[in-house]
Design a protein around this ligand. Structure first.
Ligand code: MRU
Length: 349
């Protein structure tokens, strides 16, 4: 992805350090966070300096590589086991975190250099998968389409390209007129802050929608298709994604609109049978009760936005049943959200 005409990856590894875009500072400031240890990288995942399924996966792989890099020779294996446990405890829902941690852990048991090479390979694979998702997804994007998306499943949520936004970028770059309705995605506003910033940088026409406006626009014939990302896809095709996705899927079904999920094969979890078995992360109430941003002069503020004495519930994800999903755009092609299609895809990997 280009920012001011310069190409960047969301995250990269160099001499034991992990460099990642500070996503909490966007869209007000484009800055980088450097993690010097696996524990630092765990903190960055927990606090959402880096977030989005694919980017979390890359960060987790690099964190495991950092652990191998740091581990004392006398205590090498035990250090890796503890680090793996710490990394896996950062965020529970994104499948890519567990996928990458396991792969790099297994290589780390062979040696430090193998761990680093594997983490780099996974990050490269992540960027290539995004591009392939974009190519397959572009085949279903028609000239003039108005596409709704939820949360941020773009370049920032991966190493490059993204998942749900990759078809949009490739369609736009191939000369198709597209317009994106960006759900704001409270409480952390990944849509209004991150997706909107990405689309603006890429020059794609878009508008931010309050979270409760999608169904109204669908009812008025203003939306042609919905594409969202995924944090985990269960073996039967149920999809966990950012809270609010389920409501869009229900509304799309009601208005007979195509509802696509875009994700790489690494987000499919064959060991989780259905969406009911997916662990849904519960996040802190402060995300709902307060908002941070800047005033017109660029000064940062955190303010209360709700009645401070009330309690709140803050589930980070919901599960969309496979029956509401038109298709899954993967890096290997577009498939049905069904157990047989998913298992065939994994076998063909
Ligand atoms: O809590 P986040 O910001 O890490 O949530 C992940 C997401 O960005 C979304 O759920 C997204 O749509 C899928 S991740 C590519």
């Amino acid at each position: 992805m280009k920012v001011n005409n310069k190409h960047f990856r969301t995250i990269y590894f160099d001499k034991g350090k992990v460099h990642m875009i500070e996503q909490n500072a966007l869209p007000f400031e484009f800055s980088w966070f450097t993690s010097k240890s696996y524990k630092d990288t765990c903190m960055a995942i927990k606090t959402m300096i880096i977030r989005g399924a694919g980017a979390i996966g890359a960060a987790a792989g690099y964190a495991m590589a950092q652990a191998a890099h740091e581990a004392p020779s006398a205590d090498y294996n035990q250090y890796l086991v503890t680090a793996r446990h710490d990394i896996e405890a950062t965020r529970p829902t994104a499948q890519n975190l567990f996928y990458a941690t396991e792969k790099v852990f297994n290589e780390a048991l062979k040696g430090r250099a193998q761990a680093i090479a594997e983490a780099r390979r996974l990050a490269d694979e992540n960027a290539k998968e995004g591009k392939r998702i974009g190519e397959y997804g572009n085949t279903i994007v028609k000239n003039g389409m108005r596409i709704e998306t939820h949360c941020n499943a773009g370049w920032l949520a991966f190493v490059d390209y993204g998942s749900a936004l990759a078809p949009v970028y490739l369609a736009w770059d191939s000369g198709k007129a597209v317009f994106v309705y960006v759900d704001e995605t409270r409480p952390r506003s990944q849509g209004g802050r991150l997706t909107a910033w990405e689309l603006h940088n890429h020059g794609v026409p878009h508008a931010i929608l309050p979270d409760n406006a999608g169904a109204a626009l669908m009812s008025q014939g203003k939306i042609d298709m919905v594409i969202v990302g995924a944090d985990r896809i269960a073996a039967n095709g149920d999809v966990a994604n950012k809270i609010g996705t389920l409501e869009k899927a229900i509304a799309a079904k009601y208005y007979n609109l195509p509802f696509y999920v875009a994700a790489p094969c690494s987000t499919i979890d064959p060991n989780t049978k259905t969406g009911r078995d997916i662990v849904i992360e519960k996040r802190d109430a402060s995300e709902v009760m307060k908002q941070c941003g800047t005033d017109d002069k660029g000064n940062k503020h955190t303010i209360h936005v709700n009645h401070p004495a009330s309690g709140c519930v803050n589930p980070a994800f919901d599960v969309t049943p496979a029956t509401l999903i038109t298709g899954i755009i993967t890096d290997k092609g577009i498939i049905d959200a069904s157990e047989s299609a998913l298992s065939n895809l994994l076998v063909s990997k």
